[in-house]
Design a protein around this ligand. Structure first.
Ligand code: G6Q
Length: 548
């Protein structure tokens, strides 16, 4: 399905949007007392209220018809069966196999991938337990106190997010993440560390990523400046990769390598050995619980009928706003400080997966794809960008997330946090009418011209949609389910948009040009002629470059 605007469901949705656009959410709630019960559901540890969306039963029926037209059930099946759904790279996208509970074979080219997955998990368990227990010793015989993960993009964002979310109870190791090729990242991290008690995890699927390899080489220089003998590298550097030869070429002992496979996309790889820093930080049992939570969401996604399927509903509602209301962004607002990195990870999952403008068969899309995902923890955002959500001119659908139980209870903090979590979606939905604003101003003693002048500024249009996702506690199982929920939502949308969610060719062009420009910065002639701006900037940098 490529020419969406010509399909019956798409046309019906356009027509329906015109009818519905004049309706206010207040009215939808007023006329339908069963709305909350009907438009909410549980999946594993998650509870979703999607009643504050600009939808009716008819909207959902039409969106579900769109999903059927796009053959969503068939695509879900193809994904789970290990078909090469990533057809531009000729790869399956089988990250679900990494978190599958039970031994049901998952076949790729007739071979079960599960035994290999379990073998790597056992290796991760043995290794992480020996480092955490202090059995694994550094070159001076001292135990490891600090782990530095060196990776970028998918080899950084997911593990870094999970560690920051779940490491509140402080395990025996401090786990750090270095990703940026800006030397400040590595140097700043190493400043307080002792090479004799530091373990580096060099995480790179391809083991050719410029930033990661440079950071890893600099880390090795830092280590050897003290340790001297290169044979000590084996006790302090391990690798996570799909490319054994590259790992060996870099100088890491292959017995210190944790393998994964090309059917695991970078942004879907935290469930693989790329999750090693997670296991080191929180222990392998809790890493297993993270996998189990995601596995539970996989089962829900694979088996639930579309109308009771949480990733499907969220995906459809997202398409409703992106394609029929023209919403270009989507805010994710977790009311949990531990989730302060959650948005960055999901942003990559969504924006790398959905940032495409040709269909699976290479034709230009005739509809919007993808949304800009942004956000951050509440309540902080309320004192910053929420103003635009409430009274700005653009529509920003939002997901509000909150745990019912704080992991760090402190007086009445959690109650206050949750009161804000409840208040914001209500305020966005209800708004404040002119009559309400007028009454409020009158109560404050205003009247006449002063009141009239203020009135327009004090009105809120409301009718701003949101989802609320509630869970008992941010534990590994719940976090696993939440991440998998957004992964599958992204897949659903890719099917509706007829795009490949699993490639990322857009990342390549910048990488290629940077390689050329690096040589040119060192005096090599221009490989391909630059535009006047880039040439001017290159000359400027050459003249002013310091310490490079
Ligand atoms: C993710 C992307 C990208 C990738 C990084 C790191 O899906 O492909 O973010 O993860 O470019 O790649 P390596 O793991 O190969 O170093």
């Amino acid at each position: 399905m490529t020419e969406h605007s010509r399909t019956p469901a798409w046309n019906a949705l356009e027509q329906h949007q015109r009818e519905l656009s004049s309706l206010h959410l207040r009215d939808l709630f007023a006329r339908d007392p069963g709305r909350f019960e009907r438009f909410s559901l549980h999946a594993g540890p998650l509870f979703l209220d999607y009643s504050k969306n600009r939808i009716t039963d008819e909207t959902l029926a039409l969106l579900l018809a769109l999903a059927q037209e796009a053959r969503l059930p068939e695509w879900i099946d193809r994904l789970f069966r290990g078909e090469r759904v990533n057809d531009t790279e000729h790869r399956a996208a089988l990250h679900m196999a990494l978190r599958q509970q039970g031994d049901t074979p998952v076949l790729l080219d007739g071979k079960d991938v599960i035994p290999g997955v379990r073998q790597v998990l056992s290796h991760m368990r043995r290794f992480s337990e020996s480092v955490r227990s202090g059995e694994w010793r550094g070159y001076t015989g001292q135990p490891i106190t600090d782990v530095v993960n060196i990776g970028i993009g998918g080899s950084d964002l997911g593990p870094a997010m999970v560690v920051s979310a779940l490491d509140a109870d402080c395990g025996p190791l401090r786990v750090h993440f270095v990703s940026n090729v800006d030397g400040a990242d590595l140097a700043g991290t190493l400043r307080a560390l002792d090479p004799a008690q530091t373990l580096f995890v060099v995480a790179s699927k391809t083991f050719t990523t410029q930033e990661t390899l440079l950071n890893a080489r600099s880390a090795r220089d830092w280590f050897l400046a003290q340790a001297r003998d290169p044979k000590h590298v084996a006790r302090h550097f391990v690798a996570v990769s799909t490319q054994r030869d590259e790992v060996v070429r870099f100088g890491i002992d292959p017995s210190n390598m944790f393998e994964f496979w090309d059917w695991v996309g970078g942004r879907y790889s935290l469930w693989s050995a790329i999750g090693l820093p997670i296991a080191l930080a929180i222990g392998m049992d809790r890493f297993d619980a993270l996998l189990a939570g995601a596995g539970e969401m996989d089962e829900h996604f694979r088996r639930s009928p579309l109308p009771q399927n949480m990733p499907v509903l969220l995906g459809l509602i997202g398409v409703w706003y992106a394609n029929f209301f023209g919403a270009q962004t989507h805010a994710i607002l977790p009311y949990d400080q531990g989730m302060h990195r959650f948005v960055s990870h999901i942003q990559q999952v969504v924006m790398e997966s959905s940032g495409k403008s040709v269909t699976r068969d290479g034709r230009p899309v005739d509809h919007a794809t993808g949304t800009v995902v942004w956000g951050g923890p509440g309540t902080n955002g309320q004192h910053a960008y929420f103003q635009l959500l409430h009274q700005g001119t653009v529509l920003v659908p939002a997901d509000f997330l909150a745990p019912m139980e704080s992991r760090t209870p402190l007086g009445e903090h959690h109650r206050v946090l949750l009161s804000n979590f409840l208040a914001q979606p209500e305020a966005l939905m209800r708004g404040k009418t002119a009559a309400e604003a007028r009454a409020e101003l009158e109560r404050a003693g205003l009247s006449g011209e002063a009141l009239e002048r203020l009135l327009p500024h004090r009105c809120f249009p409301g009718n701003r949609p949101s989802n609320s996702l509630l869970f008992q506690k941010l534990d590994p199982r719940t976090l696993g389910a939440l991440i998998a929920l957004y992964e599958h939502k992204t897949f659903v949308q890719s099917v509706l948009w007829d795009i490949n969610a699993f490639d990322q060719w857009g990342v390549e062009l910048g990488k290629q040009l940077a390689r050329d420009l690096l040589a040119e910065l060192s005096g090599a002639p221009e490989r391909a002629p630059h535009d006047a701006s880039t040439r001017g900037l290159l000359d400027y940098v050459r003249r002013h470059l310091q310490n490079g």
